[in-house]
Design a protein. Sequence first.
Length: 176
Amino acid sequence: MIFDTIHALLRLIHILAAVGWVGFGVFLVLFVDQAYKRLPQEKGRQFVANLFRYSKIDVAMPITSLTTTLAGILMYIYIYAQDGMDGPRIIYLSEAGSYILALGALLGIGAFGHGAGALGPRTKRYLELANAAGDNPSEEQAAQMDAQYADIARHSNISVIMMVLALVLMASARYA
Ligand code: HEM
């Protein structure tokens, strides 16, 4: 009984954090980036710089991605420790479902690694540039911010593709 409750709690934490993580990522790629591209360049730059400087999205992304990944890994350990695995198969899933879940987990870990290793440092650099430039960036500062943002946008696309694939695989595993 207590074990079911721990499993259910980990699962709830995992899903809530995943909703936040994937949601922020999709929001940035589909909406923020569209607004950036459609606004006149200076306004777009200001919009994105203010979003990054004042919204704490640079804190929310690492927290939600770490929580999703840790809760997912803990669940695997937990299922294994409760004799819930038969080789690579999770006993309450089919063999195909177990592989689908494992592939989702690998993509999720990939998205986490990519976020920590590629997006995190780039966002930090963008924030340094935006904070140094303040509300009136010089031409050189503006060019640096634009280049840094373009790099972040490219990497965000990669991240979101991995996250959404992980989500689709994880959510379909039990039906396979
Ligand atoms: C973008 C990353 C991820 C997303 C969006 C995501 C999403 C989900 C969702 C929606 C479920 C519920 C599926 C269902 O019950 O039908 C789930 C379950 C699960 N996830 Fe993830 N996940 C991600 C990453 C990970 C990672 C990195 C791991 C582990 C290394 C992991 C391990 C698990 C496990 C073990 C379950 C099954 C829980 C159970 O059957 O009780 N997930 N995930």
